[in-house]
Write a protein of this length. Structure first.
Length: 238
């Protein structure tokens, strides 16, 4: 069995930098903690890959396409099939005053957002700051141990996986023909992250699921405790 473009699969993997055998990525939270690469904002566990849709690195996508569910494989990827070769044009020198104007105190190794471009500070010296917008693993050969754990065939499972990838868990979810309907209960914190994540998830549904033409999202809001005027609940539809 192999996969075709558009298939939804979930994978587990560990990835090492070939030059020093250092673990750089993993879907196993315990391994991440043991190797000092645990990040609180990372969602651990099986990761969703949509074959042929460029939501993972090229070499990994190609290797997974020829695998089967429950199959494990060791994959060695050259830089061109991983995060690309290093581009010297993405390394530049900026005056320290630019960072002070942004209220940033630059430190070596710090990641900074420069007008939507994420860069790493490589050096700070004599009023000059060297920033590098290459991916941190650009130019590196990587070794992956990857396992395909599941293939998602049902549209509802696919939508649910896309929502989970954006840290969303609706109270109800229904997919019928070309329409997705989802409801978020009053227990969900409707903060700025929620609305950004929802927008990202809806964009992903349209990007990866050609048959879906409409998405309805309903939100339920509970009246704050102590506020007794009016009805107990209000609903808003977006």
């Amino acid at each position: 069995m192999s996969f075709v473009d558009g298939d939804f699969v979930k994978i587990e993997y560990d990835a090492w930098r070939a030059v020093d055998n250092k673990l750089v990525y993993t879907t196993d939270e315990k391994k991440a903690e043991e190797n000092g690469i645990h990040y609180k904002d990372v969602k651990y566990g099986p990761q969703l890959i949509v074959i042929g849709k460029s939501n993972t690195i090229q070499g990994l996508d190609k290797a997974i396409k020829s695998m089967s569910v429950n199959e494990s494989k060791k994959i060695e990827l050259e830089p061109k099939d991983a995060f690309g070769e290093r581009d010297p044009n993405l390394v530049r020198i900026m005056p320290l005053s630019d960072f002070r104007a942004r209220n940033i105190n630059p430190q070596v190794g710090m990641q900074v957002d420069l007008d939507g471009i994420i860069a790493v500070i490589r050096s700070v010296n004599s009023g000059r700051v060297v920033v590098d917008a290459n991916h941190p693993l650009a130019g590196e050969k990587l070794i992956y141990n990857v396992k395909v754990v599941e293939k998602l065939d049902k549209d509802e499972d696919r939508v649910k996986a896309l929502l989970e990838a954006s840290s969303l868990a609706p109270k109800t979810l229904k997919v019928e023909a070309e329409v997705v309907r989802m409801q978020f209960g009053g227990d969900v914190d409707k903060n700025a992250d929620f609305f950004v994540n929802k927008s990202t998830a809806i964009a992903s549904i349209f990007r990866y699921m050609d048959k879906i033409n409409k998405v309805f999202s309903e939100e339920e809001y509970d009246r704050p405790k102590g506020n007794t005027g009016g009805a107990d609940k209000a609903q808003a539809q977006a």
